[in-house]
Design a protein around this ligand. Structure first.
Ligand code: PLP
Length: 456
């Protein structure tokens, strides 16, 4: 085997990586052509690569490093737990202290009567769990025919067969025979791209009412749940018009269907409250969590259930679980992460201090000739790139070309921003300082200038 280390030349690391490592959402041709950027260290909001470059991480990894990189307390919590009890499971009537502590803490933080947690190792697994929870819930209530779940086009709920089906990413559906039966999609509340001549308020109502129309089309006795992200993340940080969620609330109550809020990105402070449901005024029966729960330091996710859902499921043996459900090391790290978020008042700072500061700076990007709108909630935001601001027009070239070019220019300027077609996204660590926000905005502006010149 070739011996390599963190000190090996970048080209050697890249060649070996391209030869033996298949990356998610990446083409082999790109890897072979260019080689992946090798990240070697991270501290706070800053990554270091194998060339010694320091890069501002405007995406908190994959929207997850809420407490920032390099937290010694989290490493120590993991080490302590590994020495004491590195593994035990929660199947067949056993439990352990970290899972008990974490569950009680999550119940304390979650709104309403969301008091019971079922664990997974990721958001995808948790949403797979949700499909089975919904169907088991209705079967236990004597209505097994309520097995349909409605979700949204361009929503993202994960990459496994079940969660990828719940998601509405057409590129994902095109591979591997998704969606599975029993999942139906309605359109997203993306006013900028799809609102036409309607006002955002009219459009929000129109899109919410698609849920009612879809329930009527399928038959109200068949529909078990509606799942959605409070704010779509991977779809391009789409913040729905203000009329959208109140109308969705009305419809799910009218038909008595379960509401699942996928909080995998929005949860744990990203929108300036502990949960995006609080920011958007949603009262879910089930919440999906992952990412910020451990700030990405350990793979852990889960479903938080209302008392009603938990009590119905508890009537039967729920024949479901993962080897790593409630993994003690992941739970210990998540618990320590929640302590940090709480004691350092990180969520409060996002809501009251750094979030408003970022919002003002981020919205000023609309002064750039390439930017049609800038929308942000707490620490998740996006800008739309356009050749014609008044018309809210997309670029005529292949969809995503402008976004791709801008992302590459960000990368070259040592800023990580992501693009979804022609929307550019930020989702930085929640601990980002005002000085770092200034750096982020000035690098984004420079990248936009360079992209603008390239696109002419
Ligand atoms: N749900 C949402 C809203 C997400 O954004 C993601 C991942 O980005 C997932 C679920 C899937 O989580 P994971 O990648 O941990 O499986």
């Amino acid at each position: 085997m070739t011996l390599i280390s963190v000190n090996s030349p970048t080209s050697e690391l890249q060649a070996l990586d391209a030869a033996h490592h298949m990356h998610p959402f990446t083409t082999g041709a790109d890897l072979a052509r260019k080689g992946a950027r090798v990240i070697t260290r991270a501290e706070g909001c800053w990554l270091t690569d194998s060339e010694g470059e320091r890069i501002l991480d405007g995406m908190a990894g994959l929207w997850c490093v809420n407490a920032g990189y390099g937290r010694k307390e989290l490493a120590q919590a993991a080490a302590r737990q590994m020495e004491e009890l590195p593994y035990y499971n929660t199947f067949f009537m056993t439990t352990h202290v970290p899972v008990i502590q974490l569950s009680a803490k999550i119940a304390e933080l979650a709104p309403g009567d969301l008091n019971t947690v079922f664990y997974a190792s990721s958001g995808s697994e948790a949403n797979d769990t949700n499909i089975r929870l919904v169907r088991t819930y209705w079967a236990e209530k004597g209505q097994p025919e309520r097995d349909v779940i409605i979700s949204r086009w361009n929503g993202y709920h994960g990459s496994s067969v079940g969660s990828g089906s719940l998601g509405g990413m057409k590129g994902m559906h095109a591979q591997g025979g998704l969606p599975i039966p029993g999942i139906h999609h309605i359109d997203q509340p993306h006013w900028y791209a799809e609102g036409g001549d309607m006002s955002p308020e009219e459009f929000g109502l129109e899109r919410a009412r698609q849920l009612e129309a879809k329930i009527e089309e399928i038959g109200p006795h068949r529909v078990g749940a509606f799942i959605a992200e409070p704010i779509q993340g991977a779809g391009g940080v789409i913040i729905p018009p203000e009329t959208y969620w109140p109308e969705i609330n009305r419809i799910v109550k009218k038909y008595g269907i379960l509401l699942i809020a996928d909080e995998v990105i929005c949860g744990f402070g990203r929108t300036g409250n502990w949960f995006g449901s609080q920011t958007m005024g949603i009262e879910p029966d089930i919440m999906t969590i992952a990412k910020g729960l451990s700030s990405g330091y350990q793979p852990i996710g889960g479903s938080i259930l209302s008392d009603e859902v938990a009590s119905v499921i508890a009537k039967t043996e729920f024949n479901h679980g993962y080897t790593y459900s409630g993994h003690p090391v992941a739970c210990a790290v998540a618990l320590e992460n929640l302590r940090i978020l709480e004691e350092e008042k990180i969520v409060d700072r996002v809501r009251e201090e750094t979030g408003p500061y970022l919002k003002a700076k981020f919205e000023s990007l609309t002064d750039h000739p390439l930017v049609g709108e800038a929308k942000i909630a707490g620490m998740m935001g996006s800008i739309a790139l356009t050749p014609d601001k008044a018309a809210r027009a997309p670029f005529a070239a292949e969809a995503g070309t402008a976004g791709f070019i801008t992302r590459e220019r960000c990368f070259a300027n040592n800023l990580i921003m992501r693009h979804v077609y022609d929307r550019m996204i930020i989702s930085p660590p929640l601990v980002i300082s005002k000085e770092e926000i200034d750096v982020l905005i000035s690098r984004a502006w420079k990248a936009l200038d360079e992209a603008h010149a390239e696109l002419k």
